[in-house]
Design a protein around this ligand. Structure first.
Ligand code: ADP
Length: 247
């Protein structure tokens, strides 16, 4: 099981008497894009929150690179190289794309943001920040305030600030939510590009995105894993079809 980076074993979360995640086993392999899908109420968000340590499991364990991380905090696991996008990295709307990435780089080095030093920070991290903006296709928007970027480009900027941490593993919570088709294509391409030397676990509703991007898909329904495999396999599974039809 050397190729498994993150795994959940018998993961269970109850809210009162209601079991939202029920004995889930999940193995995310190194270098893969792994998608967690399922109808509404399946337990995807709860599962994602358990894996990123925003919720504590009722039962079960989570391990990363073979080490038990069940008791760790989100900050602890971020230090291990597991980063949840759109949560840990905040984008400041009144700052430019370049300034946002410089600040993310500065925070990564352990400094807290200090506004009066921002010109110095810009100089110090300029080249690295420009490279990250290029990676996410935002070079020409470097001097645009985050507030003035389109929704899709704002998400690309959020990904750039996340990449400043240089994570081994990225967890993306519905990266395509609320996006126009052109942005969906741009962000899909970006996810594919940043996955080259990283492992990605994403919760995503857009099944055509899941079909084209994912190596492995886990289908959840009523808190349990119904099926796992590539898109061709899970999309033909009678239990999966039934779960989606019943949505
Ligand atoms: P999904 O993301 O797949 O739509 P969720 O993980 O958000 O599903 O929710 C799974 C089930 O758990 C739902 O029935 C939801 O109402 C319930 N649930 C989620 N969070 C809580 C909570 N904090 N308290 C009680 N029930 C919850």
């Amino acid at each position: 099981m050397n190729d498994v980076l993150l795994s959940a074993t018998n993961l269970t979360k109850s809210f009162g008497g209601f079991v939202a995640v029920d004995d889930v086993n999940l193995h995310v392999k190194r270098g893969q894009i792994h998608a967690l899908i399922g109808p509404n109420g399946a337990g995807k968000t709860t599962c994602f929150n358990l894996l990123t340590k925003f919720l504590t499991p009722t039962h079960g364990t989570i391990s990363y690179k073979g080490h038990d991380i069940t008791a760790m905090s989100p900050a602890d696991i971020a230090r291990l190289g597991i980063v949840r996008s759109f949560q840990i990295s905040a984008v400041f709307p009144h700052l430019t794309a370049l300034e946002n990435v410089c600040i993310a780089l500065q925070r990564q080095r352990g400094d807290s943001f200090d506004f009066w030093r921002s010109q110095k920070v810009l100089l110090q991290f300029n080249d690295e920040a420009c490279a990250l903006l290029e990676d996410v296709g935002l070079s020409e928007f470097r001097d645009v305030h985050a507030a003035d970027l389109s929704y899709g480009r704002k998400r690309a900027l959020e990904i750039a600030t996340t990449l400043a941490v240089d994570p081994d593993m990225l967890l993306l919570d519905e990266p395509m939510a609320g996006m126009a088709q052109a942005d969906v294509e741009r962000i899909s391409e970006l996810i594919r590009r940043i996955s080259v030397n990283r492992t990605i676990l994403m919760v995503e509703h857009n099944l055509s995105v899941v079909a084209t991007l994912s190596d492995t898909i886990s289908v959840l329904a009523r808190g349990k894993v119904l099926a796992e495999g590539d898109y061709a396999t899970v999309s033909q599974d009678a239990r999966v079809i039934e779960a989606y039809i019943g949505e």
